[in-house]
Design a protein around this ligand. Structure first.
Ligand code: PEP
Ligand code: MN
Length: 357
């Protein structure tokens, strides 16, 4: 249940509301108070409240409206906010902000190496990514690797190169943060914080990203075998901690088949647009694990309604320190960007047609 408070609330009215909520919810349930679209909201699990309690809450002086949300995830649900969220990336320094999400934004392309391997590799890839028409640069400085003996990323040094790449190309950057204590440091450098699949349910990390003092948007990747509900509840942690700027990223889930690295669940894209107002980005690189499948699944992602793509690109994929098998070259990226634009134009025509019919 989400209670939106009046714009101006007296202390008396607020205390009265809080006392009432304490009474009806008991001490065991958690009540969260946060800001959403510049309004203060109080969120709680209202599933056990009876009609009488609901009516009493709605009549409080402090209350503007009460929305009963039937799902466990609430602030991220379309039942609460029907209009799709638009997230602005970048700042005035770098010209026009890039928009992810909303009802008629062009899908964005985020591209770059899996890992920042060194200054030259990153700067040359960034230049090529920009020339290919992508709008945001990706690159991991802190890498969550399956084996402790694999390359773990350059850490802070990698963040410096990302900053330099942004200054060189004007592209905003996204990079992964793996631990709560590092959120502020990474947020100082990155325009978007990435929370990886392996950390989708790292709740202290979700809270820290939700509270980052730079107000950086967060791209939350789907857990290796997370249900859509678990994923939306993970997003709810970030939003309820005060950061409404969350982008969901479908990057494939575990399956029994070993032919592809993961199973790219494109059906989740239109489904998520039904369930949540948050933007949805598709990652065909991790979703397939094979570079030859990336162009087709990129087109398919746009056709499914994705608000953007995130792609791994390397100047020499065979020598990449991480995820070379699924990395495309800058030349291939150029075609993917072009095809994504064509696909989007086609999708707009399909939407017009559906509208007319
Ligand atoms: C990545 O984007 O390089 C990455 C590690 O992704 P995921 O968390 O989806 O495995
Ligand atoms: Mn990777």
């Amino acid at each position: 249940m989400i209670i939106t408070l009046q714009n101006q609330v007296s202390n008396e009215a607020r205390n009265q509301l809080e006392a009432l909520l304490g009474q009806v919810t008991g001490n065991l349930k958690r009540t969260v108070s946060t800001m959403m679209d510049e309004r203060e909201v109080i969120v709680l699990d209202g599933s056990r409240l009876d009609k009488q309690a609901l009516a009493t809450i709605s009549q409080q002086d402090a209350v503007e409206r009460v929305v009963e949300v039937k799902t466990q995830y609430q602030l991220v649900s379309r039942a609460f906010k029907d209009e799709r969220s638009r997230i602005e990336i970048g700042d005035a320094e770098n010209g026009q902000p890039i928009i992810i999400g909303g009802s008629n934004a062009t899908p964005v392309v985020i591209a770059g190496p899996c890992a920042v391997e060194g200054r030259e590799q990153l700067l040359s890839t960034a230049t090529a990514v920009k020339a290919a028409g992508a709008q945001i640069l990706r690159g991991g400085a802190f890498k969550p690797r399956t084996s402790p003996y694999q390359f773990q990323g350059l850490g802070i040094e990698g963040l410096h190169y990302l900053k330099e790449a942004r200054e060189l190309t004007g592209l905003p950057v996204i990079t992964e943060v793996m631990e709560p204590e590092m959120v502020e440091v990474v947020a100082e450098y990155a325009n978007i914080l990435q929370i990886g699949s392996r950390n989708m349910q790292n709740f202290p990390l979700l809270y820290a990203a939700g509270r980052n003092s730079f107000h950086r948007p967060v791209m939350l990747k789907r857990g290796l075998s997370a249900t859509i509900e678990e994923w939306l509840l993970a997003a709810e942690y970030i939003v309820s901690a005060g950061n409404p700027y969350v982008i969901l990223c479908e990057r494939g889930i575990r399956s029994f088949d070993t032919q592809t690295r993961n199973l790219l669940d494109l059906s989740c894209v239109p489904l998520l647009h039904e369930l949540t107002h948050l933007p949805v980005v598709v990652d065909p690189s991790h979703g397939t694990g094979r570079r030859e499948l990336v162009p087709t699944m990129s087109r398919a992602g746009i056709a499914a309604g994705a608000d953007g793509l995130i792609l791994e690109v390397h100047p020499d994929p065979n020598s990449a320190l991480c995820d070379g098998r699924q990395s495309i070259t800058p030349d291939q990226l150029k075609s993917v960007v072009r095809e994504a634009q064509l696909m989007n134009t086609l999708m707009e025509r399909v939407a017009e047609h559906t509208h007319v019919a």
